[in-house]
Write a protein of this length. Structure first.
Lengths: 181, 582
């Protein structure tokens, strides 16, 4: 069944986190198996539907239907080398720091960790800027909806998928780095 | 009637829903908190009575058994107990090997008796709480403990979620976001919830099942013994010291200083000293600071900033420490809410969850999550996530797999729980084989479906789509290995466990030395010019001592030499850090 109508939401590209959350909680409160008249199978379906609708990439793919963009979003290609390098650098240094058993070995890592933190910030900023432009793209798609080209939707969906994943991975490293202190 | 039970590391409580209110029940002495301590002598004693036996019979008494439930030998938690790595934990008490769930069931039986006495009726149904960050095996083992005690376990519910329910039901505005900071006797959880018209939705949870008040007591105990210049204790003295440490911690939550008096220790020695709050804070701070990471993770997973939270609720006895409250204020930029009784909130929440289940509390729903990602080991030894962490439960998800090799006649499926990329770094819940007729590459298709119930316990269903043959796999938790197998593994390993000890300690020290020596060289080459000649000579001397100790193969000597080198290089380390900051 269509995840949008399961949640009682309109089928369109732009939906706010808040309206999705409110719709989900209202129905989840009624369908939860603990409740009188609750329904475990319907509750799980609702959960799966909200996971699709909440994620912009999955939401757009759901709207665009089959097919795919078949090409790497150009901004993803631009950002990839920088992000892959900083992620790899982060993993190496954080691992080194965590296995170091004495204060001196850890201290030797402080300079490289400092510069890593600068690099992480810069990458996060770059992804954040890209994400902002994607949010604007989403507003444009929503305004033109439903007269939107499928391939264009897939391209934006893929872009969101990359941006979301990189943002998450970079933030994970930033957190791990904060925890070395 | 469904009872609500908080089965805690240090204390346990039971309550029921009576005429529209959650009520906690007291024993015949009017005490609601039952110490989670069990004594195995001629008879089995639980609670306060068991506490009284602890100093006299430390070998027959067990406390904090929650730290061992659902664990296997080889986990950090079990380092003081001999056993074969990978096999379920058992403890020799009162002349028998006993599982942690058996021991926990004694505590639950006592709670059951307290409730039945008070109410004059049989109680057979219960909701039992567990730390939010408990994994599948720990949840299943807790459920089993409840069943051993004669309960039908209606629900396993997460402690911070329960506390939020107890707190939020009458105090919270609709549409608030709250964090529950739960630092108990043995575990730490941080959960973030959103409330919306009676729906309590957990947005994220993070924690550590090996971090709690016990660790603080241990650190304070170490402080006391080092101040008293005592380094070895008999086990009953150790228990008295631990008791004294806990009392000091509790007193110093409201006083600035306290006196420790421990007469008649081993060899007629005694300890008498004054301990100040700032002294214990110094040793407790590094432990308490470890909670910060989990708070940051949970915020990140919920997609929130500290400022988005309306309330921070403190739960668990350890949150009475002023230092904990300071750290919470620092992390969230807001004073925590102190209106909730930190020892009772969880049990009250369990009672309320029971009331929801029996239909006496309406228009309230708890939407809890699974704390850890669940997935499968893939071909390259990686973790393939099927149900990501913080997914609302009950939940179901699946994936289709095909054979990677032509002629393959089966597929091994290993079920994992955890957040690490490499399969080996996660907790293995179990593995099983799905057979299928040999077929060309990619032709065999196996569907694997994960389903998590409302208790957070996983069931796996695998189906060969060609033949339609189906296999439901109950994940084997640590408890289900046969007793004979455990006995055999135990007797095997006990003999070797002790003789290996010294060799292992030396190896650990050697590895440290082999890491330390090149670090000293590297640091000197970076900063040597800025140090005084005297300091450089001192460092080199200490380094030479370490090298000499390594050759002598004397464990004690190597440890002392390493400690000295560590001290000698302290200012060097500080300078390196300072230099990096500029």
């Amino acid at each position: 069944m269509d995840p949008f109508s399961l949640l009682g939401l309109p089928r369109r590209p732009l939906l706010s986190e808040e309206e999705i959350g409110t719709a989900y909680r209202k129905l989840a409160g009624e369908l939860h198996p603990d409740q009188e008249g609750g329904d475990a199978a319907a509750f799980r379906k609702l959960g799966a539907a909200s996971a699709i609708v909440r994620d912009p990439a999955r939401r757009l793919r759901e709207l665009a239907g089959t097919g795919s963009s078949n090409s790497l979003p150009s901004q993803a290609a631009v950002l990839f080398p920088q992000i892959a390098a900083v992620l790899q650098q982060a993993d190496t240094l954080i691992e080194k720091h965590s296995v170091a058993s004495n204060a001196l070995s850890k201290a030797l890592l402080s300079a490289p960790l400092k510069s890593l933190s600068v690099d992480l910030r810069a990458s996060l900023l770059a992804v954040g800027t890209w994400r902002n432009s994607l949010e604007k793209e989403l507003i444009r798609l929503d305004a033109a909806w439903p007269g939107v080209d499928q391939d264009a939707m897939h391209l934006v969906a893929d872009s969101f998928a990359y941006a979301t994943r990189w943002e998450r991975e970079l933030k994970e490293r930033e957190l791990a780095l904060a925890c070395t202190k | 009637m469904i009872a609500g039970i908080d089965l805690g590391t240090t204390n346990s409580l039971i309550g029921v829903y009576e005429s529209g209110f959650p009520t906690l029940l007291a024993d015949s002495n009017g005490k609601r908190l039952l110490p989670s301590v069990v004594f195995y002598g001629n008879e089995i004693l639980v609670g306060h009575e068991a506490c009284r036996m602890q100093a006299l019979h430390p070998e027959e008494t067990i406390s904090s058994v929650k730290r061992l439930i659902g664990r296997r030998f080889g986990d950090p938690e079990t380092k003081d107990i001999a056993g074969t790595p990978g096999s379920p934990v058992t403890l020799a008490l009162g002349g028998q090997n006993r599982t942690p769930e058996e021991i926990s069931s004694e505590i639950l039986k006592r709670l059951k008796a307290i409730a039945e006495n008070r109410l004059g009726t049989g109680i057979t149904r219960a909701v039992i709480t567990v730390p939010a960050y408990f994994n599948d095996a720990q949840r299943a083992a807790t459920k089993r403990a409840g069943e051993l005690a004669g309960f039908t376990v209606e629900r396993i519910v997460s402690e911070p979620t329960a506390a939020a329910l107890a707190y939020g039901l009458d105090k919270l505005q609709d549409q608030s976001k709250i964090a529950v900071y739960d630092l108990g006797g043995g575990t730490f959880d941080l959960s973030i919830l959103q409330l919306d018209n009676g729906v309590f939705q957990v947005l994220s949870t993070h924690g550590d099942t090996r971090l709690g008040g016990d660790d603080l007591d241990r650190a304070i105990g170490k402080l006391i013994s080092s101040k008293a210049i005592l380094d070895s204790f008999s086990s009953s003295d150790g228990i008295r010291l631990h008791e004294a440490a806990r009392t000091a911690k509790e007193t110093l939550s409201s006083e600035e200083q306290t006196n420790i008096l421990l007469p008649f220790l081993k060899d007629g020695e005694s300890i008498e000293m004054t301990l100040t709050r700032s002294e214990i804070e110094e040793v407790c701070a590094p432990i308490i600071r470890r909670t910060r990471t989990h708070c940051l993770h949970a915020l990140e997973d919920a997609g929130l900033k500290p400022g988005d939270l309306d309330q921070i609720i403190l739960v668990g006895g350890s949150t009475r420490m002023p230092l904990v409250r300071e750290l919470v204020t620092e992390i969230f930029g807001k004073e925590p809410n102190l209106s909730q009784h930190p020892d009772e909130a969880v049990a009250l929440g369990a009672v309320l969850q029971g009331a929801i289940l029996e239909g006496s509390l309406h228009h309230v729903a708890l939407l809890d999550v699974t704390p850890l990602s669940l997935g499968l080991e893939t071909f390259g030894g990686l973790m393939n996530v099927i149900i990501p962490r913080n997914t609302t439960i009950p939940a179901k998800a699946g994936e289709m797999f095909t054979n990677a090799v032509a002629g393959q006649s089966g597929m091994k499926i290993t079920v994992l729980q955890g957040e690490r990329e490499l399969a080996d770094d996660n907790w293995t819940l179990g593995s099983f084989e799905i057979p299928f007729p040999p077929s060309p590459k990619g032709a065999a298709r196996v569907g694997v479906q994960f389903s998590i119930d409302a208790d957070g316990i996983l069931q796996v269903l695998a189906r060969d789509t060609a033949t339609g043959s189906e296999k439901i796999v109950e994940i084997k938790s640590a408890v289900e290995v046969s007793d004979e197998a455990v006995e055999a593994m135990l007797s095997d390993s006990l003999e070797h466990a002790f003789e290996d000890m010294d060799a292992r300690i030396f190896t650990e020290a050697r590895l440290k030395a082999e890491e330390m020596l090149p670090a000293v060289e590297a640091a000197l080459s970076q900063l040597g010019g800025e140090l005084g000649a005297g300091e450089v000579i001192l460092i080199r001397e200490q380094a030479a001592q370490v090298t000499a100790a390594l050759e002598s193969r004397e464990t004690a000597r190597l440890k002392i030499a390493l400690a000295n080198l560590d001290t000698a290089t302290q200012s060097l380390a500080t300078r390196l850090i300072e230099k990096a900051m500029h």
